[in-house]
Design a binder for this molecule. Sequence first.
Ligand SMILES: C[S@@+](CC[C@H](N)C(=O)[O-])C[C@H]1O[C@@H](n2cnc3c(N)ncnc32)[C@H](O)[C@@H]1O
Length: 209
Amino acid sequence: MDKPFIPALRFHALTRIYDPVVRVTTRELTIKRRLAEGLGDARRILDVGSGTGTLLGLLRSEHPSAEIVGLDADPNIIELAREKLGAGIQIVQGNATAPPFEPGSFDRVVSSLVFHHLTREQKSSALRAIREILVGGGELHLADWSAPHDPLMRFMFLGVQLLDGFETTRDNVRGDLPELVRAAGFQDVSETYRQRTPLGSMSIIRGQR
Ligand SMILES: C[S@@+](CC[C@H](N)C(=O)[O-])C[C@H]1O[C@@H](n2cnc3c(N)ncnc32)[C@H](O)[C@@H]1O
């Protein structure tokens, strides 16, 4: 049986409006472009929790000679992404905690706005699994909600917590993601980018296998 997961906007019925909602509430393209542009020379890139495929499309433009693969637990959102992207990008159904790939399959793994859908245990388990499927020296670049810049950002993030739940978002707002990445065995872990959004603070965390 498929493992349970939280859909993109918590309820399956809202998945169709995900793109316009996220576009205006998260400064989506700014952080996704940063992610896509910050990968250096990448040959095989996996996007964990690829959703509607916006980041996959940006990765394809930025890294035209790389092989790009998406992974998502939700078959409905995979269909939306395939409609949006057309042919050429493989999207696999599976769980971030047990990605169905051989060890050392990718030299970059990216993920955007997925880890706040995972419990702390699932976050750790997904990070360890991602480390396994990276080659030695390969990099993880993870974008998600993070420790607030100031009280206003903390207050605005309550909107995300009311929608997505308090349990899975707590590690993010406490600023625990870099430590979890480190604890999963990644090296040189650092925050490479930070931005304010209408719904709170977001960061990109980088770590190397
Ligand atoms: C908020 S959406 C983000 C989608 C996309 N990465 C973006 O930045 O727009 C979260 C995505 O993670 C997927 N997801 C949630 N839990 C997952 C899990 N355990 N394994 C794989 N995908 C998961 C959801 O199906 C959804 O597509």
